[in-house]
Design a protein around this ligand. Structure first.
Ligand SMILES: [Zn+2]
Length: 134
């Protein structure tokens, strides 16, 4: 990775993995200007996972935005819905990653989303249910 300040090469001075999150945190240092910054390395689900769309019997790449928007919509009665929808989206993505399968069905994502929402806010779960299971 190149330095965000001067564009020169950097090296890793410290590294730590988040055991629960499938992520690696790294502290990097620029070889030339000695500036220091951190990076978080995570799986990008759009490249590691494919979604099997039951309705069309076809595959599509995983799209975080699609999941986020569906959750945000279910939380429309809540004040802090944008932050909350982001956190819930991350929770669901972590659950998908822990499943250790490269292909996930749309229905499985919906089921996970519904269960996660139900624990967080039953009203949101009901809204989600009405929109996605009919
Ligand atoms: Zn630099």
């Amino acid at each position: 990775m190149i330095c965000p300040y001067c564009g020169y090469k950097s090296h890793v001075v410290n590294s730590r993995s988040h055991s629960k999150q499938d992520a690696v945190w790294r502290r990097r240092e620029c070889i030339k200007c000695l500036s220091i910054w951190t990076t978080d390395e995570k799986y990008e689900l759009s490249t590691t996972h494919r979604v099997f769309e039951d309705k069309t019997s076809d595959f599509e790449p995983f799209q975080r935005d699609k999941l986020f928007v569906s959750i945000l919509d279910s939380l429309r009665h809540r004040k802090r819905r944008t932050q909350e929808a982001g956190a819930i989206t991350d929770t669901i993505i972590n659950k998908i990653l822990h499943d250790r399968t490269a292909i996930i069905k749309t229905t499985k994502i919906q089921e996970l989303t519904y269960k996660t929402l139900r624990l967080f806010d039953p009203t949101a779960a009901a809204v989600y249910n009405a929109t996605h299971f009919n």
